[in-house]
Design a protein around this ligand. Structure first.
Ligand code: NAD
Ligand code: UD1
Length: 307
C-alpha cells in the first residue's frame, strides 16, 4: 500500500484514477481548487485540501509524506486558455513546476515520482497523422504551449533534480463524470447532455474536424502502471486509440444511441481549433502491454447511462 497525492482529483479523470487507486488499497489525498471539480465525484472519506496548485506552500503541505504524485490539476479547456491566457498559464505551467519542485522534498527517503497529464494539444497543427511521440510539437494554443512546457520542466526534474517523471499526452478523453453542463467541457459530454435533454447542439465550423477519443477507464490504467514502475529519462507517451472520428459522426452516433432526433446547428469554427488529431499508440502499447480497447460506442453507452 502506498500514499499518493492526486492534484485535480475532484475532476473528471482524477475521480476515475482515485477509484482505481482506492480499489488497489492505496491511501489517497487530493489538492483541488474545485474550479471545475466536485467533491461529489469522490467517495466519502477521501481527504481534499481546497487550494491552488500554483501555490507552492499548498502543494508542499499536500505532498509531504507521500510516495508519489499524480498531477492532473489544470484548466483543461483549450478555449478557456484563449480567454484567460495568464490565469491558465499559472495553473497549467507554474502549477506543474510547483508540483515537480515539491516532489524533490516530499519524502525523507528521496524525491518521489510524478505522473502527469500532458496533451495531444502539444502537436498543434502538425499534419503527419497518426502522430507519434517523435512528431514535431507545434502547439496552436496557450494550453498546448503550457503542456509542452510541462514536459520540458519534467525533463529538468528528472535530469537535474532526480525526480522520476512520466508524462501522458492524452488525446480526447471521455466518459462518466465529465461535466455535461459546462461550456468548457469536452465535446462528448456537451453533446450527450444536450441531446439527452432534447436541446440543439452547436457544431463549431463544418464538423469535419477529427479527434481520437479515449475512454477514461482505459486511460487510468496507464497512470497507475507508470507510478508502479517509474522509469528514468522523463518518458512521454501518447494515450490514444489511433481511430479517427469526426465531430459530425460523433453527433450522429450519440443521437442514434440515445434514441433522440439530432438537432444540429453550425456555428463559427473555434479560433485555433486543431483540424485533425489522431495518435499512434505503438509506444504506449509496447511499454505497458495494453491497448485502449473500449469501443467508442461502448464508452458512449456508459456515458449516456451516467447522465
Ligand atoms: P477537469 O476540469 O475535470 O479536472 C481538472 C481538475 O483540476 C478539476 O478538479 C479542477 O477543479 C482542478 N483544478 C483546475 N485548476 C486548478 C488549480 N489552479 N489548482 C488546483 N486544482 C485545479 O478536467 P479533466 O478532463 O479531468 O483533466 C485532467 C487533466 O487531464 C488536466 O491536466 C487536463 O489538461 C488533462 N487532459 C485532459 C484531456 C481530456 O480530454 N479531458 C485531454 C488531455 C489532457
Ligand atoms: C480536448 C481537451 C483538452 C485536451 C485535448 C487533447 C477538454 C475540455 N479539452 O481539447 O484538455 O488536451 O482534447 O486532444 O476536455 N466542439 C463543437 N461543439 C461544441 C464543443 C466542441 O463542435 O459544443 C468541437 C471543437 O471545436 C473541437 C472538437 O469539438 O473541434 C473537440 O473539442 P473539445 O472537446 O473542446 O476538445 P479539444 O479542443 O480537442
Amino acid at each position: 500500500m502506498a500514499r499518493y497525492l492526486v492534484t485535480g482529483g475532484c475532476g473528471f479523470i482524477g475521480s476515475h484514477l482515485i477509484e482505481r487507486l482506492l480499489a488497489a488499497g492505496h491511501e489517497v489525498r487530493v489538492l483541488d481548487d474545485l474550479s471545475t471539480g466536485k467533491r461529489e465525484n469522490l467517495s466519502e472519506g477521501v481527504p481534499v485540501t481546497v487550494g491552488n496548485v500554483a501555490d507552492p506552500a499548498a502543494v508542499e503541505a499536500a505532498m509531504a509524506g507521500t510516495d508519489g504524485c499524480f498531477h492532473l490539476a489544470a484548466v483543461a479547456s483549450v478555449d478557456r486558455s484563449r480567454e484567460a491566457w495568464l490565469e491558465t498559464h499559472h495553473a497549467n505551467l507554474s502549477g506543474t513546476v510547483a508540483v515537480l519542485d515539491a516532489a524533490r522534498r516530499a519524502n525523507p527517503r528521496g524525491p518521489v515520482p510524478v505522473v502527469y497529464a500532458s496533451s495531444a494539444a502539444v502537436y498543434g497543427d502538425n499534419p503527419n497523422m497518426p502522430l507519434t511521440e517523435d512528431a514535431a510539437t507545434r502547439p496552436l494554443s496557450a494550453y498546448g504551449a503550457d503542456k509542452l512546457g510541462c514536459e520540458l520542466h519534467a525533463r529538468v526534474a528528472d535530469g537535474v533534480h532526480g525526480v522520476p517523471t512520466t508524462g501522458f499526452r492524452f488525446f480526447n478523453v471521455f466518459g462518466p463524470r465529465q461535466d455535461p453542463k459546462s461550456p468548457y467541457s469536452g465535446v462528448i459530454s456537451i453533446f450527450a447532455g444536450r441531446i439527452a435533454r432534447g436541446e440543439p447542439i452547436t457544431v463549431n465550423g463544418d464538423g469535419e474536424q477529427v479527434r481520437d477519443f479515449v475512454y477514461v477507464k482505459d486511460l487510468v490504467r496507464y497512470l497507475t502502471a507508470a507510478m508502479d514502475d517509474a522509469k528514468p529519462g522523463a518518458p512521454v507517451f501518447n494515450v490514444c486509440t489511433g481511430k479517427p472520428t469526426t465531430v459530425n459522426r460523433l453527433a450522429e452516433v450519440l443521437a442514434e444511441l440515445s434514441g433522440r432526433p439530432l438537432d444540429r446547428r453550425f456555428g463559427p469554427a473555434r479560433t485555433g481549433d486543431i483540424r485533425v488529431s489522431i495518435g499512434d499508440p505503438s509506444r504506449l502499447v509496447a511499454a505497458f502491454g495494453m491497448t485502449c480497447d473500449t469501443s467508442l460506442e461502448d464508452g458512449l453507452r456508459d456515458t449516456l447511462a451516467w447522465l
